[in-house]
Write a protein that binds this ligand. Structure first.
Ligand SMILES: [Zn+2]
Length: 356
C-alpha cells in the first residue's frame, strides 16, 4: 500500500512526538515517536521520553485510550526487533494486534536494518514505508554516526568576531556575542550527550558548561576536559555545577572524583579519535566541542567533525587576538573547505551552520 496524504500527516506528527525527546534522550537510543490511529481517530501517542526509558511504541501502546487491536501505528523509525534493555517493540506491536504499521525511515542500526519491518510482515502486519530519512536523520545524527563510524556526531561551537577571532591575546573571550547567540548556544548544549573542552579554556574562561535555560528541562550533558598534564584547577567553576565531569587524559576518560588518576600526570597528546570512540562506547550520541584554538584545530585538522556552529559578532578584535583554530597552514592547498548549511541573524550577531 502506498503512503497517502493522511499517512504523511500522521507520520509528521510521529516525528514531532520524537522531537519531544530532543533534550532527554541523548545517549544510546534514537529519539522516536509513535502514533496509534483507529477508525480515523488518534487513540495513542508515545515517544521515547528519557534515556533508558520505554521505547515510543511501548509508550503509545500503554497510553492508548482504546484497545489498539486493529489500529495503524505511525512510527518515526523502524521498530526494534532485538532484546536490548527492553523487549523488542516488534513483539509488543504484534501482541497488541496492530493491523498496519507506517514507518518514516529504516533504522540503520545493524541489529535492526530491515529486521523490524520483516518481523512485522512475518506476523501478517501490513507495512508501509515512507522515506522521510532527511527529517529523522536530523533528529538522530548521533546513532547514525555511531553505527557508521563508531563515534558520536561531533559539533564544534565557536563564537568569533567578524575578523575571525575568538579571544584576546591574554585569553579573555567572554561576551563576544550578544544575549540571543548565547541563549541559542544553550540549545546545542542541551541536545548533546557530552561537551568537550580543553584545559586551556577552563583556565582562561572558567566556564560552567552547563544548561541554564529551563526550556531544556533537566539536560545535564557530561562535561569532558581534555587535559594531558593534569592542569585542571580543582576550584574551577565547572565543579560547582551539578552533573558528571570527566578528564580526558592518557589514562582515558577518567571521572573527576578519581583525581589521583589524572592529577600531575604528563602524558602524550590525547588521541581524539580514541576519546570519541570511548564516548560512543558510553552511549554518547551527539557531542559539542566548545574549545579554544588548539583543540579546535585538532578536531578540524583530523576531520573529526560533522557540523560547526559559528556565531559571528560584528566587531573587530584585531590581529593579536586568538584565531578560531590554530591550524598553522602555510599553503592554500591545506585550507579546509566547508559548506554553508544555514545562516541566521540572532540579535546583533550571525549564526552560520557549516558542514564538512
Ligand atoms: Zn523499540
Amino acid at each position: 500500500m502506498t503512503v497517502s496524504a493522511v499517512d504523511r500527516l500522521y507520520l509528521r506528527s510521529a516525528i514531532r512526538l520524537a522531537e519531544k525527546g530532543l533534550f532527554s534522550v541523548t545517549t544510546n537510543n534514537p529519539r522516536v515517536g509513535c502514533l496509534l490511529v483507529k477508525s480515523g481517530h488518534i487513540i495513542g501517542q508515545g515517544w521515547h521520553r528519557e534515556d533508558g526509558g520505554p521505547h515510543a511504541e511501548i509508550d503509545a501502546l500503554s497510553n492508548s485510550i482504546e484497545d489498539p487491536c486493529g489500529s495503524t501505528a505511525y512510527i518515526s523509525l523502524e521498530p526494534c526487533c532485538w532484546e536490548g534493555r527492553t523487549p523488542p517493540c516488534t513483539t509488543a506491536l504484534i501482541e497488541a494486534g496492530i493491523a498496519r504499521a507506517v514507518i518514516a525511515a529504516r533504522d540503520p542500526h545493524p541489529r535492526v536494518a530491515g529486521g523490524g519491518v520483516r518481523a512485522l510482515l512475518d506476523a501478517g502486519i501490513e507495512v508501509t514505508e515512507e522515506n522521510l530519512s532527511e527529517e529523522t536523520d536530523a533528529l538522530n545524527p548521533g546513532p547514525l554516526m555511531r553505527g557508521e563510524n563508531n563515534r558520536p556526531f561531533v559539533r564544534i561551537k565557536t563564537a568569533i568576531s567578524i575578523d575571525g577571532r575568538t579571544a584576546m591575546a591574554d585569553g579573555q573571550s567572554r561576551w563576544i556575542t550578544g544575549e540571543e547567540a548565547r541563549a541559542d548556544a544553550q540549545y546545542w548544549r542541551a541536545r548533546s550527550a557530552a561537551i568537550i573542552t580543553g584545559v586551556g579554556t577552563v583556565i582562561a574562561d572558567d566556564p560552567k558548561l552547563n544548561v541554564r535555560d529551563q526550556r531544556y528541562g533537566n539536560a545535564k550533558p557530561l562535561r569532558v576536559v581534555v587535559d594531558t598534564r593534569g592542569r585542571t584547577p580543582r576550584d574551577a567553576a565547572l565543579f560547582g555545577e551539578k552533573g558528571r565531569i570527566a578528564i580526558a587524559c592518557a589514562k582515558g576518560v577518567v571521572p573527576i572524583n578519581r583525581a589521583e588518576m589524572w592529577e600531575q600526570q604528563v602524558g602524550p597528546a590525547i588521541d581524539l579519535a580514541m576519546l570519541l570512540e570511548t564516548l560512543s562506547d558510553q552511549g554518547c550520541n551527539e557531542v559539542l566541542v566548545e574549545a579554544g584554538a588548539t583543540l579546535n584545530a585538532s578536531f578540524l585538522g583530523q576531520g573529526l567533525w560533522d557540523e560547526m556552529i559559528v556565531y559571528i559578532a560584528p566587531r573587530l578584535m584585531g590581529d593579536t587576538a586568538r584565531p578560531l583554530a590554530a591550524l598553522g597552514f602555510t599553503g592554500m592547498d591545506e585550507a579546509i573547505s566547508t559548506t554553508v548549511k544555514s545562516i541566521d541573524t540572532l540579535g546583533p550577531d550571525l549564526r552560520i551552520v557549516l558542514t564538512p
